[in-house]
Write a protein that binds this ligand. Structure first.
Ligand code: GDP
Ligand code: MG
Ligand code: ZN
Length: 297
C-alpha cells in the first residue's frame, strides 16, 4: 500500500518517516535511490507493521548542503526559516554568520538572527555593535536568554508556527540550550552518534526534525553542524547572499562581471567609496573562489 509522509531522521540509508496518520516507520530507500534527506516529503510502500520503503521524493522547495572537510553533502530539504544562533559571548564568527546568510538567501530561506545570552550584560552592547552590519541588511534579530525560557518561548514560538525552521550555530552559542527549551523531548537526542560503516570508523551526525504539534511547527537540528556547503552555488546565487551589492550591479560594464577585478565594476566602485563593507566583499571573494575551485575527493 502507498502512503505519503515526511522524513524526520536520516542515518546513512536508514530513515524515519512520519506518515500522515501521525505514526512513524523505520524506512529504507528503494533499490539504489539516493539523496533522500530530512525534511523530504516522500511516497512510501508499507512493509509489515512498522517498516516502509521510500519509493519517491516529492518536489522540493529547497535543498541545503552541509560542508565537511572533503565536500558538500545534502542534508535538509523544504526549509522556510533559518535561525542563526549567535551569543553575547564567546565572540561569534562573522565569517560563519556571513556564510549562513548566503546559504539562506541563495535557497530562498528567510534568515533570522538569534542573539542568545543577553543576561551577560557587560558584553551585550559590544555584541550588538558587531551585529549592526547585518541589521542594516534588514535581517530580523531576536534577543533571548535560555535563563529566561518563558520569554524565549514567547518570542520564538509565534515565528516557528506553521513553518519548518532550521537551527544553526557554531558551538558554545547555546544552540542545544535553545532547542531544549523549545523541544524538551529533544534532550535525549542532541549527542552525536558514532557508527562503524564498512571497514572504516566514521563519526556521523544525525539530522533530526522535531515536531511542535500544538503550533504545527517543525524544527530541524543537526548536531555538529556549523556551516552550509556553498560550493555548488552559481555566481548569481552567491551574489544573492550579498544584497547590499544589488544597487550597484547594473553599473558594471560587463554583463557577466564577477565583481572581483573587472574594470568598470559598480560593486568595486561602491567598495572603494566605502558604501560596501570591506569584510563583506572579502567574504564574497572567498566564497566565490571556493565555488570555482575544483572539488577534492
Ligand atoms: N549565561 C548564559 N549561558 C548560556 C545561555 N545559553 C546557554 N548558555 C551556556 O553556554 C554554554 C554552551 O551552551 P550549549 O547549549 O551547549 O551551546 P551549543 O554548543 O551551541 O549547543 C553552556 O555552558 C550553557 O549553559 C544563556 O542564555 N545565558
Ligand atoms: Mg550543542
Ligand atoms: Zn561588477
Amino acid at each position: 500500500m502507498m502512503q505519503s509522509g515526511r522524513v524526520i531522521t536520516a542515518f546513512g540509508r536508514h530513515f524515519t518517516v512520519k506518515l500522515q496518520d501521525g505514526t512513524t516507520r523505520h524506512s529504507y530507500a528503494k533499490g539504489k535511490k539516493t539523496g533522500i534527506c530530512v525534511g523530504d516529503y516522500v511516497h512510501v510502500e508499507l512493509i509489515g507493521q512498522d517498516e516502509a520503503r521510500i519509493v519517491d521524493i516529492l518536489e522540493r522547495k529547497n535543498l541545503l548542503y552541509r560542508s565537511d572537510e572533503m565536500r558538500s553533502k545534502q542534508f535538509a530539504a523544504n526549509v522556510d526559516i533559518l535561525f542563526i544562533v549567535v551569543a553575547v559571548e564567546p565572540n561569534f564568527s562573522e565569517d560563519l554568520l556571513g556564510r549562513a546568510l548566503v546559504g539562506a538567501w541563495s535557497a530562498q530561506i528567510k534568515p533570522i538572527i538569534i542573539l542568545n545570552k543577553i543576561d551577560l550584560s557587560s558584553n551585550y552592547q559590544a555584541a550588538k555593535d558587531r551585529l549592526k552590519t547585518y541589521l542594516d541588511l534588514g535581517i530580523e534579530l531576536i534577543e533571548v536568554s535560555t535563563l529566561n525560557p518563558l520569554d524565549l518561548k514567547e518570542k520564538l514560538l509565534p515565528i516557528l508556527q506553521d513553518h519548518t525552521s532550521l537551527l544553526l550555530g557554531q558551538s558554545a552559542m547555546g544552540k542545544s540550550s535553545i532547542l531544549n527549551v523549545l523541544v524538551p523531548a529533544a534532550q535525549a537526542h542532541t549527542q552525536e552518534y558514532s557508527v562503524a560503516l564498512g571497514t572504516g570508523k566514521h563519526t556521523t551526525t544525525t539530522t533530526t526534525l522535531y515536531e511542535l504539534p500544538e503550533i504545527n511547527a517543525n524544527l530541524i537540528d543537526s548536531p555538529g553542524f556549523q556551516s552550509f556547503g556553498l560550493k555548488h552555488l552559481q555566481l548569481n546565487e552567491v551574489i544573492a547572499g550579498f544584497p547590499e551589492f544589488t544597487p550597484y550591479l547594473d553599473q558594471c560594464r560587463f554583463y557577466n562581471c564577477q565583481h572581483l577585478h573587472e574594470p568598470g565594476c559598480g560593486v568595486l566602485k561602491a567598495l572603494a567609496e566605502h558604501k560596501i563593507a570591506a569584510e563583506r566583499h572579502a567574504l564574497y571573494e572567498r566564497i566565490l573562489l571556493e565555488c570555482t575551485a575544483p572539488e577534492r575527493y
